[in-house]
Design a protein. Structure first.
Length: 144
């Protein structure tokens, strides 16, 4: 019994350590920008693919969610230079907030879809404006 608990604690600790931002070497600002822009292109491609495959009422939200998940997966463990860290972390946080709200719309049933969309729209728009501003600060072009 104690071994199982200890093994579970060790596994949880290992997962927590692995998920910290230090898994990647520290990037230069130019390399950070390049990697984010690549993630943006891959996210847009995933959005386009998902929108072609899904024609339901929430298909737009599902397509956007798909692309945003791809992007977040690609940038999640990047290690920015100290001068860009605050903007990068704030951008990721705003993107995550927006993604959670988009997923809420995507997961809404048909009866609640319009209401859910209206509820989250102002917050999604504010988060999107914040992401755009932070991306500009980081030096990204065309990744909005």
């Amino acid at each position: 019994m104690h071994r199982k608990v200890a093994a579970a604690l060790v596994a949880a600790l290992a997962l927590a350590v692995a998920s910290c931002g230090g898994s990647e070497p520290q990037l230069s600002r130019a390399e950070l920008v390049r990697r984010i822009e690549v993630a943006c292109r891959e996210g847009r491609a995933a959005t386009t693919k998902a929108s072609r495959e899904n024609r339901e009422s929430n298909s737009f939200a599902a397509a956007v969610s798909s692309g945003q998940h791809v992007m977040m997966d690609k940038i999640g463990n990047l290690n920015p230079p100290p001068a860009a860290k605050a903007d990068f972390e704030a951008m990721k946080s705003s993107m995550q907030q927006r993604l959670e709200l988009i997923d809420k719309v995507k997961d809404a049933d048909r009866a609640a879809f319009a209401r859910t969309l209206r509820e989250v729209q102002p917050t999604v728009e504010a988060a999107s404006r914040r992401v755009q501003e932070l991306q500009r600060r980081l030096g990204l072009e065309g990744c909005f």
